[in-house]
Structures are given as C-alpha cells and as structure tokens.
Design a protein around this ligand. Structure first.
Ligand code: KG4
Ligand code: ZN
Length: 341
C-alpha cells in the first residue's frame, strides 16, 4: 500500500509518500518562517498564499524522490482540518483534484489524528490503547487512544496551548520565531530555578492544563532577569505542569501500558526527558517519535491516511474543510473554551 500525504494546515507545506509497512519513501517540507518572522507569528493570509505556491512543486519532488508516479499511489491523504482554513483548503482541494484526476480514493485526515498516530509510524510495536500527550502550537491534550478514530479526551487546555506559551515567551524575550526551539536553546544557558514562576492547575482536582497565567508571569518578569534564566525557568514550569497533569492521567488510564508524546512541543528535550522518567516511574513504556516527525510534516498525514485506508475509511470529494475538528467530539467543553478566537 502506497499513500501520498499532503499537509498545509498551519505554516508548513508538506508532501510525503509512505507505505503501509512503514517505509517513508519521501517527505518534503517547505517552511514559511521567513515570511512570518517579521510579524512574530503566523499570518493566515500569507500562509495560504505560500501553500498555493509551494505545494505542487513539493508533490512533484516527493514523487521524484520516491521514484514513483501518481498512478502507483493507492490513495491520497490530505489534512482536512483543524487549522487555518485558507491553508487547509489549499491542501484539501489539491488532494481532491489529484484524487479526481487519477480515480484514486481520497482520505481526509484530521491533523490531530496525524500527530496522534505518528508514533505508530516510527514504532511498529506501539499497540492500542495508549495514553497520548498531544502538545503542539494549537493544542495541549491528554487522550486515550483506543484505535484509529477512537479517542477519549481526558484533558485539554482551558486557555493557551503549551506551544503557544513557548512562542509567546520567545516573543517576550525577543528570541525570534519560531519560538519553541529558540526558548529551548536559550534555556540550556540559564538557571531553571532563577525565576519564581507559577505552575497553573498543578495538583488541581480537574484534569486540565492552563498556561495563560504562566505567560503573564513571564511578561511581568521580563527585564528583571537574564533572558536565559527566564527561558530556563519558563521551560521548567511547563515541564512541571505537563508532568503533573500526565501523572493524573496515568492514574486515570491504567489500561494504557504506553505513554506517548507527540506534536511540536514533543521535540523539546526537557519535555521528552521528563516524560520518559515519568513513564519509567509508573512502569509504562515511553514512545516519542523522532524530532522531524514531531513537528508538522506530511509523513504523519500519509501514515494516518494509511491506517484509515487499511480500515476501509475513505471520503467523498465534496467533503468540507474544517477549521475546528475535535478528535473526541463527545468531550465536554471546558471552562474558558470559546473565550479565545
Ligand atoms: O505540531 P506543530 O509543528 O504545529 C501545530 O500543529 O501546532 O507544533 C508547533 C509548536 C510551536 O508552538 C513550536 O514553538 C513548538 O511546537 N515547538 C517547540 C519545539 N519545537 C517546536 N516547543 C518547545 N521546544 C521545541 N524544541
Ligand atoms: Zn501540528
């Protein structure tokens, strides 16, 4: 089985070819960092236009890398949401056009499911169910993953996502964009105990995350401490919060024998290290995808497409793009939900 995957939901344009037996034949990526850097964040309209320009040549390059033609592909998987709608539409419409032209089936992939299943691409032994900490720029959730399309959300953020907090901290500290890797680099040079920062919802009875208060505390401390100490103290606070909330979820989900972390923030060494220690302390196996598979890419979309296609799941060509698309639609809204745009 050979799947072409397309990703365009945020600021990475990507195309990949992945087989049903976990071989990544090609994965191409075009970042837009330079285009968004002057604004310190992703500008949706700029992103959408950049996806239009980048996607077609990337697909051609990926097919070339893999040495296959479009006719050898079994299905076309494209991110159909959630994300910046203009960008999502670029990838989804391209996927539909290719599916229509070749007569191959379309598999619409939830970007979050791409992250959620990506550890199964890198680790053939990762079996369901597992406890997943999904930490990215737009999301911070704990999910019990029971199978393809079977997600129970145990916790989510009531305000900012963890990656968003990294990006805002980088902006406050003038460390550049994208923020996560910049904060991690600065943190290596700083003292994580130098700045007293809050750990929102640590120890709380409710299962959720909160990072807005931490971000505000960083904003108040800017100028009073060296940027490296602030970065290190901020990162330590995030790690503490993630570990505390994940510990609670491990107790709530004894059936999950493996703790898995995915999403852009999973590329952070301190986060990975702390979660690995946590898993070990709780007698669970720990799985984290390689760094390139943590941040947005199309191999994870192709793989989620492969898992869905193998399960007989394909989609009609009139399927709409979805700016919002929860993995667990039955999960209750949390306090704070809907407050932000
Ligand atoms: O999964 P992703 O590539 O895109 C979304 O779907 O959001 O995640 C991007 C997020 C950004 O907020 C970025 O700052 C963060 O992941 N990130 C990191 C690191 N690398 C990326 N955060 C902390 N440390 C890193 N090394
Ligand atoms: Zn993502």
């Amino acid at each position: 089985m050979l799947i072409l995957g397309l990703e365009s939901s945020c600021d990475e344009t990507a195309a990949a070819l992945v087989t049903g037996d976990r071989r990544v034949l090609a994965h191409r990526l075009a970042g837009q960092e330079a285009a968004h850097a002057p604004y310190g964040g992703v500008v949706p309209e700029i992103a959408a236009r950049a996806h239009v320009e980048a996607l077609e040549p990337l697909i051609a390059a990926a097919l070339d890398d893999a040495g296959v033609s479009l006719n050898q592909v079994d299905a076309i998987a494209a991110t159909a949401g959630p994300g910046l709608i203009g960008g999502v539409m670029v990838g989804l419409v391209t996927g539909k056009a290719l599916a229509h032209a070749t007569g191959k089936p379309l598999v619409a992939v939830n970007h979050l499911e791409g992250h959620a299943l990506s550890p199964r691409l890198s680790d053939p032994d990762l079996a369901f169910p597992y406890l997943l900490l999904l930490v990215s720029g737009g999301h911070c959730q704990l999910l019990l993953v029971a199978g393809v399309g079977r997600y129970t959300r145990l916790a989510t953020t009531i305000d900012d996502a963890a990656g968003e907090a990294f990006d805002k901290t980088a902006k406050l500290l003038k460390l550049g964009f994208p923020g996560g890797p910049a904060v991690e680099r600065a943190a290596r040079l700083g003292n994580p105990k130098a700045v007293p920062l809050p750990r929102p919802l640590k120890g709380a009875a409710e299962p959720h995350f909160s990072f807005a208060g931490l971000k505000s505390a960083v904003a108040r401390a800017v100028g009073q401490y060296p940027a490296e100490d602030l970065a290190a103290s901020f990162q330590a606070a995030v790690v503490d919060c993630l570990v505390d909330r994940t510990t609670r979820a491990l107790h709530a989900a004894p059936e999950a024998k493996t703790l898995v972390v995915a999403g852009g923030v999973a590329a952070n060494g301190a986060v990975r290290g702390a979660l690995e220690a946590l898993a070990t302390a709780h007698g669970r196996r720990f799985v984290a995808p390689p760094l390139w598979l943590c941040t947005d890419n199309a191999a994870m979309i192709a793989w989620a497409g492969a898992e869905r296609f193998a399960a007989g799941l394909t989609d009609p060509l009139d399927l709409p793009a979805r700016p919002r698309w929860p993995l667990d639609p039955a999960a209750e809204a949390v306090r704070g939900a809907g407050v932000k745009a």
